[in-house]
Structure formats: structure tokens, C-alpha cells
Design a protein around this ligand. Structure first.
Ligand code: HPA
Length: 278
């Protein structure tokens, strides 16, 4: 019995007959988006076998099953981070559980620091590539995770074409235009955190090609791609790093801007549900 099967069985027994088609992970400050879901059931992470809790504010720690428009969805209100001490295997258990339950699309959101100086706080950016700066901490107990990542680093396209699926990127851009705004694309660099970056790090990351930086998402999207599940990932810029005009970044600022960004993100996801999961 795998841990994800245990968790999935527990969820199935508490929400019989419900089969989610889309998994949604709501990151820092974005949890209120769950209010748009017509709930069938909700569970606290600590009640689900093996689920990691998040101790970070802005992460409610609830798993919600229900309908977003007509689509059956399973949504995580908050996530566990590697910097809280969870292993990759523990932190990605919820994604593997959602896959076990039958999702065919993973939608991920996070808060990030803007490195691309064209970005503004409150803006939502579509992640189209990532730089995995969490590298040193892969779980040795999950050789498959190591294998997929190693092959992608060497440039061999083993399933990695499914990460940040071009089809879904295009669909999201089109839906945004229909709603009256446009989305930029960008490369997300993931660090272990929990500290925000020094000016030198922001400068270095910009040279490496990062458009934004955050502390999550990459383990989840790698696992989804391992299973052939396409991911659509939204990053809400909550502060813009200007190494030469430094300001302080704190978690309150991050939460404030991500709450503002929800007003775009929620209608956008709803629209995608209506268009592709009716
Ligand atoms: N750095 C890392 N993670 C973040 C930031 C940042 O500047 N802002 C929000 N999450």
C-alpha cells in the first residue's frame, strides 16, 4: 500500500462517489479562492493519513472537494513547504493523492518575488519554465523523482514536455484576454527558503534567466509531469526585487498582494473550467 493510495482511500471513504477531474493548489494568500467552490466535503490536512500540514500563515490547511462551475475539483487551501522540514516525498504526497483520485489537470498557484523589472506587484504571471534551485534536497527514497529530474537536466525530453503544458498556457492566455486582461509568461526559480533573497542573489538570479523567485511549486510540477499530468501554474508577483533600490520584503506584503490578485485568478480559473470541463 503506498502512502498516496492510503490517503486516496481515506478521502474516497469520506466523500463517496466524488471523482475530481482537476486538482488545484492555492498558495500563499490565495486560499480565499476556495470560496468559489460549491463544496461537497472539506477535510483538515491533519485528519488525512500522511498529509503534511503547513504552519505558515495564509495557508489554511484544508482540502476541499466540490464543484468549480461545473467541474469536479479537489483544492488544497495552502501547502506544506520544504523549508518547514518536510521531505520532497512528504510535501508532494497531496499531489500524488490527487493523481491517484483521477485528476487530469493540475492547477498550481504561488506567491513570488518579481525579478523581471517589467513585472508589477499584484500581477499574475504564467510559469512556462522553471529553474530548480532546490536541487540538493531530493528525497533519496524516491528514485523515480531523481531520475526524471536528472534526465530533464541533461536536456532529454522525458515527459518533461508535460510540465507547463503549452496547450494549457495558450488556453489560459486566451481566457485572460476574453476577461479583459493579459498574462505574461515567465521562468520561476525555486529556492528552499525560508529567507527572502539578498540583493546579490536577486542580481544573480536575474542573470540566470529567472523572471520570479519563490519557495514552492517545482516539486509538485515535477511529480505531476512524472505521471503525465499537465500543469498550469500561476505565480502572483507580491514584491518586485530591485537590487539597486532595495526595499524590505515581508510576509504581510506578500499576503496583501496575493489577495488582490485573486480577483483576476478566480474568474480566470472558473472560465477555464466552463470551457474545458463542462
Ligand atoms: N522571494 C522568494 N519567495 C517569495 C518572494 C521573494 O521575493 N516573494 C514572495 N515569495
Amino acid at each position: 500500500m503506498t502512502a498516496e493510495r492510503d490517503a486516496a482511500d481515506w478521502i474516497r471513504s469520506h466523500a463517496p462517489g466524488f471523482t475530481p477531474r482537476v486538482g488545484i493548489i492555492l498558495g500563499s494568500g490565495l486560499g480565499a479562492a476556495a470560496q468559489s467552490i460549491a463544496q461537497v466535503s472539506s477535510f483538515r490536512y491533519q485528519d488525512i493519513p500522511g498529509f503534511p500540514r503547513s504552519y505558515v500563515s495564509g495557508h489554511a490547511g484544508q482540502l476541499i472537494l466540490g464543484h468549480l462551475q461545473s467541474a469536479p475539483v479537489i483544492a488544497m487551501q495552502g501547502r506544506a513547504h520544504l523549508y518547514e522540514g518536510w521531505s520532497v516525498e512528504q510535501a508532494t504526497l497531496p499531489v500524488r493523492t490527487m493523481i491517484e483520485l483521477g485528476i487530469s489537470l493540475l492547477i498550481v498557484s504561488n506567491a513570488s518575488g518579481g525579478i523581471n523589472l517589467r513585472f508589477r506587484s499584484g500581477q499574475t504571471v504564467l510559469i512556462d519554465h522553471h529553474l530548480n534551485w532546490m536541487n540538493g534536497i531530493r528525497s533519496p527514497r524516491n528514485p523515480a523523482l531523481v531520475a526524471v529530474e536528472a534526465r530533464s537536466v541533461m536536456g532529454v525530453p522525458v515527459r518533461t514536455s508535460c510540465i507547463y503544458d503549452p496547450l494549457w498556457l495558450g488556453r489560459a492566455e486566451k481566457a485572460a484576454i476574453e476577461l479583459g486582461f493579459s498574462l505574461s509568461r515567465g521562468t520561476y526559480l525555486a529556492t528552499l527558503g525560508p529567507n527572502y533573497e539578498t540583493r546579490a542573489e536577486y542580481r544573480a538570479f536575474a542573470r540566470m534567466g529567472a523572471d520570479m523567485v519563490g519557495m514552492s511549486t517545482v516539486p509538485e510540477t515535477i511529480v505531476a509531469s512524472q505521471h503525465g499530468i499537465p500543469t498550469l501554474a500561476f505565480s502572483v508577483i507580491t514584491n518586485v526585487a530591485r537590487p539597486d533600490a532595495p526595499t524590505r520584503t515581508d510576509h504581510h506584503e506578500v499576503l496583501e498582494w496575493s489577495q488582490i490578485a485573486q480577483s483576476q485568478l478566480v474568474p480566470l480559473i472558473e472560465r477555464l473550467m466552463v470551457q474545458y470541463f463542462s
